[in-house]
Ligand binder design. Structure first.
Ligand code: TYD
Length: 138
């Protein structure tokens, strides 16, 4: 059984009168050691990004501003799940071997915490290959 995607609620430290801080820390609330952080922004609303799975990289997506609609499909489960990230205190864990696509609201800023450094060979960008590789492995 492959790992599943799930939401990670971050604590909102503070209050409305002074604002909030949320914290991601490897040994605390992140299920891997963070090796890379990247962020995406100004994505037009009609664009679907992602359309890939990773061989090994684990990631956590956070909509630090705006709204991100993430569709995930696990290699061993053909029924896609849709997660809407619309609050900066919520993260979505995406394990390896999960096909994912993202759509962004106009003002969305996506923060991503990743378990590995960037490596183009870690990407599976062909959907048929993604399904085939994981069915052969299991
Ligand atoms: P990609 O991961 O395909 O973006 P998305 O899933 O949002 O559609 O990456 C887009 C481009 O950015 C691609 O040319 C690779 C490059 N890139 C890096 O150089 N380093 C990175 O850490 C990431 C995530 C992407």
């Amino acid at each position: 059984m492959e790992k599943k995607s799930y939401l990670i609620p971050f604590q909102s430290i503070g209050e409305s009168s002074i604002g909030y801080i949320s914290v991601a820390e490897s040994a605390q609330n992140i299920p891997f050691e963070i090796k890379r952080v990247y962020w995406t922004y100004f994505t037009p609303e009609n664009i679907v990004r992602g359309r890939h799975a990773h061989r090994q990289t684990e990631q956590i997506l956070i909509a630090v501003a705006g709204r991100i609609t993430v569709t995930v499909e696990a290699a061993d489960d053909p029924i896609p799940q849709v997660f809407v990230l619309d609050h900066p205190n919520m993260g979505l864990y995406i394990p390896p071997s999960v096909w994912h696509t993202m759509q962004y609201s106009h003002s969305a800023v996506q923060l991503v915490l990743a378990s590995k450094e960037y490596d183009a060979t870690d990407y599976l960008r062909n959907y048929e290959e993604f399904k085939q590789i994981w069915s052969l492995k299991n």
